[in-house]
Design a protein around this ligand. Structure first.
Ligand SMILES: [Zn+2]
Ligand SMILES: [Zn+2]
Length: 149
């Protein structure tokens, strides 16, 4: 059981770290044309950028299928990636971008910090010069002075 939890964690963290890398060097690089639909979103519900979610979701489902019989590491990593995807969707799409208007802007604590960091990421609509590419792990400065604002 401890192995299962470990691989779930590995799947989750792999997503945050490789996601940071992919976001910074690929989405704000050669695949900017797809990702820019997220930075310049104007109308409609879907963005071309949602393709990335489908891709990661596909990888998770594939891993779960491959590891399903023996419940090996692939299965649990697939679960970890899915949990990441769900949390990402919840925080990034619902809480921060308000694709579903459930929650108000968080005022303090961890959520306010990642909220601020992601807003900083969106302060530019251009490919270059953006900051804060991770979602859950962001520079410490974004967690300071939340209460003063
Ligand atoms: Zn971006
Ligand atoms: Zn965003």
């Amino acid at each position: 059981m401890i192995n299962a939890l470990l691989f779930i964690l590995v799947g989750f963290l792999t997503m945050e770290f490789s996601g940071w890398f992919i976001h910074k060097y690929i989405m704000h690089g050669p695949l900017w044309n797809i990702h820019k639909t997220h930075h310049t979103h104007t109308k409609g519900y879907f963005e071309l950028n949602d393709l990335f979610s489908l891709l990661f979701g596909g990888i998770a489902i594939l891993l779960i299928f491959l590891g399903m019989e023996t419940l090996d590491f692939r299965f649990w990593m697939g679960i970890g990636i899915s949990l990441y995807g769900l949390s990402y969707f919840f925080l990034h799409d619902i809480l921060i971008h308000r694709r579903v208007k459930f929650f108000k802007k968080p005022k303090n604590g961890y959520l306010a910090g990642i909220f601020k960091a992601h807003q900083a990421h969106h302060s530019t609509r251009k490919r270059d010069g953006s900051v804060a590419f991770g979602l859950f792990i962001v520079p410490f400065k974004y967690f300071k002075n939340n209460r003063d604002e």
